[in-house]
Each structure stands twice: as C-alpha cells, then as structure tokens.
Design a protein around this ligand. Structure first.
Ligand SMILES: Nc1ncnc2c1ncn2[C@@H]1O[C@H](COP(=O)(O)OP(=O)(O)OP(=O)(O)O)[C@@H](O)[C@H]1O
Ligand SMILES: O=C(O)c1ccc[n+]([C@@H]2O[C@H](COP(=O)([O-])O)[C@@H](O)[C@H]2O)c1
Length: 206
C-alpha cells in the first residue's frame, strides 16, 4: 500500500489528533474538525484514519480507500489526513499517542472525539493513561450529550474538566484536562451512510 508522509508540525504547535474509522468519512467529521480547531485553539488537526478500531468486530473498508475518500471530503490548509497508525503499527490510541510523543517530543497534542466516544471511553485500552498524558477535547454529537457527561470517564475525571467557556485554554493545558463543547451539531453517521449504499463498491455516498 502507498505510504503517506509523516506530517510536519513546528515545535510548540498544538496539533489536534482526530482518530476514526471514517468508513466512510462524512460532513459530520469535517464539522467536528473545524469546530474543534476553533474552539480549542489548535494550530493543526491530523486525521488518524484507523487501520481498525480495536473494539469494533466488523472490519472497515480498505485503509487506502478510506484515506482517499477522507482527502476528498476534508480539504483545509491546516488539516491533514494521515495513515499514521499504519506506519506506527499501533491500533490502540494509548499506543499511538506514546509513539507520536516519541516522534514529536516538542509538539503539543490534543486528542479529539465526538461525545459518543467519551461515553465509551472507559472501555479503551489504558484509557486513564490517555487522560493523564494529553488534553482531550470532546465535541457534542446528537443523542450522546447526556450519556457522555454522565459516563464513567467524565465522572472520574470531573475535577479536571475545563468549563466550555474556557475552551481556548485546552490546547495549552497540562494533562489531565478535558473539555466538552456544546457546538451546533451535524446529525450524520457512517452507519447511516453505509446503509444508504454505494460505499461497499467504493462510491462515496452523497
Ligand atoms: N456527526 C458527528 N458529530 C460529532 N462527532 C462525530 C460525528 N460523526 C463522527 N464523530 C466522531 O468522529 C470520530 C470518528 O468517528 P467514526 O469514523 O466512527 O464515524 P461514525 O459516524 O461514528 O461511524 P459509525 O456510525 O460507523 O460508528 C469519533 O470520535 C466520533 O465520535
Ligand atoms: O484504544 C482503544 O482501545 C480504542 C477503542 C475504541 C476506539 N479507539 C479509537 O477511537 C477513534 C474513533 O474510532 P471509531 O471507530 O469510533 O471511529 C479511533 O482512533 C479508534 O482507534 C480506540
């Protein structure tokens, strides 16, 4: 498979890491990226197109296809679509973050996710290590705002929550620190797009 360059970031820059299956990518992903970049004061965002979510039984479409589709959907000078996890040979986010921190010791990383993932976060491998090593920015998603805020991760790390009004501080914060932002939401999911059809044959659904 074609390998993509490991992206560039200047020392001291704040880079949001947006991991996902992107199977297929959609405007909800684009929306979260742009909102997060603005909300959390990020210099750049890297999409980490996952070779395979460790918790999902169903294997996704081939990585190269998802990456090409992601590049078609997400076009912004400060956002890069990457296959970093294929290059670092990591699947679990904690392992990916450890590899990235070794590769980019002078870059500040912020982990980004939709509210549905915060609700499940306590099931991720070494999730506390993730919380303790990078700030985490959470963006509202239809149907998941309450489950996210009531989730085990949110409760256990309640005292490290940065209020939404101070969201701009997240990028410079020392971990543990997390922030939930209640921005306008886009009601789209890859599941819904797969059900619309076409993607299985390589066509990006409208
Ligand atoms: N509409 C959305 N609003 C907010 N966050 C979203 C939205 N869609 C996806 N995300 C977030 O994007 C990241 C990657 O998600 P993923 O690629 O699994 O998309 P998905 O639409 O959730 O897919 P699926 O329906 O297959 O689970 C996750 O952190 C997820 O929470
Ligand atoms: O590390 C884990 O245990 C883990 C468990 C579930 C999901 N993740 C990551 O969460 C991101 C979103 O995954 P997904 O499939 O919901 O798009 C993606 O980067 C996954 O690798 C990570």
């Amino acid at each position: 498979m074609e390998r993509y360059a490991i992206p560039y970031a200047r020392p001291g820059q704040v880079v949001g890491l947006f991991g996902g299956s992107f199977d297929p990518p959609h405007q909800g992903h684009v929306h979260v990226t742009l909102e997060a970049m603005k909300a959390f004061g990020l210099d750049r965002v890297w999409w980490l197109v996952s070779p395979g979510n460790p918790l999902k039984e169903r294997g996704p479409a081939p990585l190269a296809r998802r990456i090409e589709a992601a590049k078609a959907v997400m076009q912004h000078p400060r956002v890069e679509v990457t296959d970093i996890e294929a290059q670092t040979r990591t699947r679990a986010t904690a392992d990916t973050l450890a590899a990235l921190r070794r590769l980019y010791p002078q870059v500040r990383f912020v982990w980004l996710m939709g509210a549905d993932n915060l609700a499940q976060f306590h099931k991720w491998k070494d999730w506390r290590q993730i919380m303790d090593s990078v700030p985490v920015g959470v963006v509202a998603r239809p149907g998941d705002r309450i489950s996210a805020r009531m989730s085990p991760a949110a409760r256990i790390y309640a005292k490290y929550r940065i209020d939404g009004q101070a969201r701009q501080l997240l990028g410079q914060a020392e971990a543990p620190a997390w922030c939930f932002v209640n921005v306008p939401m886009v009601d789209l999911s890859s599941t819904e797009l797969r059900q619309r059809g076409g993607w299985a044959d390589g066509v990006l659904p409208e």
